[in-house]
Design a protein around this ligand. Sequence first.
Ligand code: FUB
Length: 346
Amino acid sequence: MNRKTQLTAVVAMLMGSQFALAQISPKPIAEPLVKHIFTADPSAHVFGSKIYVYPSHDIETNFSRDEDGGHFDMKDYHILSMDKVGGKVTDHGVALALENVPWAARQLWAPDATFHKGKYYLYFPAKDKEGIFRIGVATSKKPTGPFKAEKEPIKGSFSIDPCIFKDKDGSFYLYFGGIWGGQLQRWKTGMYQANGALQQANEVALCPKVAKLAPDMKSFVETPKDLKILDENGKVLLESDNTKRFFEAAWMHQYKGKYYFSYSTGNTHLICYAIGDSPYGPFTYKGVVLNPVEGWTNHHSIVENKGKWYLFYHDAQLSGKTHLRNVKVTELRYNPDGTIQTITAK
Ligand code: FUB
């Protein structure tokens, strides 16, 4: 074998090995829904005959990267719509801007939306003027806005990543919470404590929160409750179960009469899910919906349209930067026993 043939053989061997392919050219399974702006944290819903996506709108920022997520410095929301998955995606422009939220100072993070009695409701987290994350609500006659924000955040709300869920009896529940930059660890006592510490490895993991909404859709009827996630043996997850325990990005959906609570594990970058029999839980951990994507964060929503189920998610394909993400969609499949088939997106 001469030198040229030897070299060609080595390159061919490297390119042919799984390792080389994974390292050299990871190929994502889906393309960004839009490329003209950065978008993240997609909450998808079907209203009428269209799919609407309520994402965060990522932007470049002067804030440097920190453990509190200061580099996620979003200032408005844009809503996307499409007739079907794979169809043309429309960006409806600014639906709500930070400057029009009287109580908010910065960081419009992951939102969600719902429809009730002729109105659309947008739920969103932002830091108030004291630097504390609260959850606000804004309303519109149209799913694409413009939305008008309430003067104050929802009383008794805190932390981030609201998910609004309508149960079969017509009641609405708000799920929320996020650790680290999302400040959930500062609310362990029910009061805000600026120095609230993260859990130790042997302590019970922090729970996401759930509260039932009042008929006005702008207030809670109760103090937010812990949403318990148990392991296969009925034991509550510990902080050290960090490939299973909740970190942020709550989502709730129903499938064949069961409640599916899904969420990100944060620093282990998975979207996991747990199944329960009531909107309040308890939930039993079942597995992974989505393996880690490009970028630090992982965030998703699950929605049915025209007889198929879809996972909306994000990665950092366009920018390669964790705080400049792009939303995507792929089909999600259930096994006959109701478990979800794990998706690997890259
Ligand atoms: O987009 C800002 C934050 O990043 C979200 O609130 C988290 O879920 C993570 O995706």
